[in-house]
Design a protein around this ligand. Structure first.
Ligand code: C5P
Length: 228
């Protein structure tokens, strides 16, 4: 059977990560968390105290940075220049910085190339903000997953709390809204719903409900001649 490219785009906290992993598991595909890649770049700018207005420094960092996924264990890890930074990229500070770093054209170009290399042979589920619109405009299946900011903030709050990171609920909702604004209004590759994406609003749906809806759509597209 043909190995598809599946894109899941949408704002933060809509459930993309969980669903992307679950879909990849069900289909025996590779999950590619592109947000983690942008986060790793942001962490590197933080560690090197790079001024985001200094294009030369940013370019030099992009040329030398090595980002890869380690899928050898039970959990997928992201490696930045060989170091496991899976936990370090999830702090609220890195989240906010990531939205700024992700607006830089040279960063987007670097990660665009890397994402295309990782996904070009198919058999992948990529989750991000511009997968269906920019990275893989010809992806066979494109989902645009959304939920209200209130609901997404609440999910993020519970996620961080479960990891032992102390945060305030209202502040988390405000951060989600701030990131939405930054992601939607930036000039280069903003959060964009591809014209041919399938909308799913997860506000009042459980993960398993969304997953079975997605799998139903994918299965129909895997069998040639059936409904698109
Ligand atoms: O998905 P996640 O919340 O981990 O993404 C972190 C940030 O990375 C987003 O707020 C966005 O600024 C950026 N991003 C992006 N394009 C992608 C994935 C993430 O700009 N494809």
């Amino acid at each position: 059977m043909k190995k598809l490219i599946i894109a899941i785009d949408g704002p933060s906290g809509a459930g993309k990560s969980t669903l992307s992993k679950a879909l990849a598991d069900s289909l025996h595909y590779t999950n590619i968390d592109t947000g983690a890649m942008f986060r790793a770049v942001a962490l590197q700018t933080m560690r090197q105290s790079i001024d985001l207005n200094d294009e030369q420094q940013i370019e030099a960092m992009c040329r030398s940075i090595d980002i890869r996924f380690d899928r050898s264990g039970t959990e997928e890890r992201i490696l930045l220049n060989g170091e496991d930074v899976s936990a370090a990229i999830r702090t609220p500070d890195v989240s906010l910085l990531t939205a700024q770093v992700a607006a830089l054209p040279v960063v987007r170009k670097t990660l665009l190339n890397l994402q295309r290399q990782m996904g070009e042979n198919g058999g992948v589920v990529l989750e991000g903000r511009d997968i269906g619109s920019v990275v893989f405009p010809d992806a066979e299946v494109k989902f645009f997953l959304s939920a209200t900011a209130q609901q997404r903030g609440k999910r993020r709050y519970l996620e961080l709390k479960a990891k032992g990171i102390e945060v305030d609920l209202d502040q988390t909702i405000a951060e989600v809204e701030a990131r939405d604004l930054a992601d939607s209004s930036r000039q280069h590759a903003p959060l964009l719903r591809a014209a041919d994406a399938i909308d799913i609003d997860s506000t009042s749906m459980s993960i398993s409900e969304v997953l079975s809806k997605m799998l139903g759509i994918i299965n129909r597209r895997m069998i040639p001649g059936t409904e698109r």
